[in-house]
Design a binder for this molecule. Structure first.
Ligand SMILES: [Zn+2]
Length: 125
């Protein structure tokens, strides 16, 4: 005879008539646990998307200034806690510089620590 296991969701003992591999006491607990898991996944995805939007917005704010010739430096964005690791992808330009893509924008950190910002078309995604 096997020892009764506890339900992973509600901690009640799993009835003996359920499969020996069962982790839940009932189908209801199984579905509740599943629902919670996907809600958690959704939330972490949402947090990631929100962070993306935040950084895209920072680039969107600086882009018009950049076009007007204002020098945007690494330090300025760094002070806004810009996350340099986050990106949708990378693009290489004709000078073999690697631009990081964030949403509609891409940016390049130049060797003098200024930042170039361009709109990028996502057609090459
Ligand atoms: Zn249960």
């Amino acid at each position: 005879m096997r020892l009764p296991k506890q339900c992973t969701y509600c901690n009640k003992l799993i009835p003996a008539n359920r499969k020996s591999s069962a982790r839940y006491c009932s189908d209801a607990c199984y579905y509740e646990a599943k629902k919670e898991r996907s809600a958690k996944q959704y939330n972490s995805k949402q947090v990631f998307i929100n962070r993306f939007r935040e950084y895209e917005q920072i680039l969107a704010n600086f882009y018009p200034l950049y076009l007007k010739g204002q020098v945007i430096t690494y330090d300025v964005l760094d002070q806004l806690q810009f996350d340099w690791g986050i990106a949708n992808g990378e693009l290489q330009d004709s000078k073999l510089c690697v631009w990081k893509v964030i949403g509609k924008y891409c940016y390049l950190i130049n060797t003098d620590k200024t930042i170039s910002i361009e709109l990028c078309n996502n057609s090459n995604k």
